[in-house]
Ligand binder design. Sequence first.
Ligand code: GLN
Length: 447
Amino acid sequence: THFLDRIERAQPVLNAFITVDREKSLVQARAADARIAKGDVAPLTGIPVAHKDLFCAKGWRTTSGSKILSNFVSPYDAHVIEQFDRAGAVILGKANMDEFAMGSSCENSAYGCVRNPWDTNAVPGGSSGGSAAAVAARIAPAATATDTGGSIRQPASFTGVSGLRPTYGRVSRFGMVAFASSLDQAGCIAKSAEDLAMLLDVMASYDPRDSTCLDHPKDDYVGGLARGVKGLRIGLPKEYFTKDVARDVTDPILAAVEEYKKLGATVVDVSLPNQGLSVPVYYVLAPAEASSNLSRFDGVRYGHRAEKYTDLMDLYKKSRAEGFGPEVKRRIMIGTYVLSHGYYDAYYLQAQKIRRLIARDFTEAFAKCDVIMGPAAPTVAYDIGSKVTDPVQMYLDDLYTIPINLAGLPGMSIPCGFGNKGRPVGLQIVGNYFDEARMLAVAHAFQ
Ligand code: GLN
């Protein structure tokens, strides 16, 4: 009840949760107590975990931050939820998020915006802003989240907590409400790399129900934490330290790199020449995939259905018009446009080709270094409402996180200091494919 009580007190201010169900959580908690009494203890027995509200959890309302799913109670568990259940964890509640994970500030949630615990005038970042705010406010010890274009790393950076997006295919997407399937990946947010290592160990297991989930052996994430950074080669891309990023953000990041040097790491210059194309490429591909994924929300099978309609077409139109928020509608429009006949070659196909080039840049960089470091976001958290009128500016702010998703690489953000107005700054650590154990050890060495 400790965390449930804390949530109850914080909820009117932070709005970090969409659904909290005390009774349901307590049933699981009591079962965990009974297991402990019998000496039957799993790695996370009794540990409460907040889940981003796009993980289907049996018997729990799962909204994905959208009005269109406001009445959807999931009849089954996502793979991630099953894994946590097996490990003995307790579902603490469903965390708030941007609608269908589209956004960078949690202002696109149909359930109200989330506030940053460091400064309640500031956004917590997004789309996993509820997960990040809950961990930062210590109303949840750990949370799941997803990262399609930065939705774990950027809110972790804005709220001064640690977040890990694993390699694409490391964690099953089964039972996750889909946004852009070739970019979506489940991960976690917690206080420290040590906690993330425990969470990843639970989440990362092969699941044939997601055809892109890879049967790759797991490393000893927890056991490998203390291996240190002696001899580690840190790549600093020259494209990451330009006028696009604020000084109050680069200063703590470069100070962190100096710390790593003292701990025995060396720094090498690397270049990612096609990074500048990442944002336009992502904002073609992600909406294209989203427009296809979201076609299942038609008011017929599940979710919100308009009350008054004349025929089937009218039912579709009205249910979607009422159920989807403005950002989701914008993405569906962009997506259907770039996929339509005559524009497909000009936009979608071009974007796919550039995606290959962006991924190749990383392969070349990783020939020279073990991890890449840089900012997770170009600024610290901004004030609520200050960017809502300019969606393109919000898209452009994703420039440091999106390339990693396009390449399918793992990335982390860990707190490394404070910038303007005393708001937290995150250091982004990018690793090679399936190199999560090394990244966690690198993060741990700094913490
Ligand atoms: N901000 C990005 C977007 O709006 C990323 C979101 C995400 O990773 N889910 O699409």
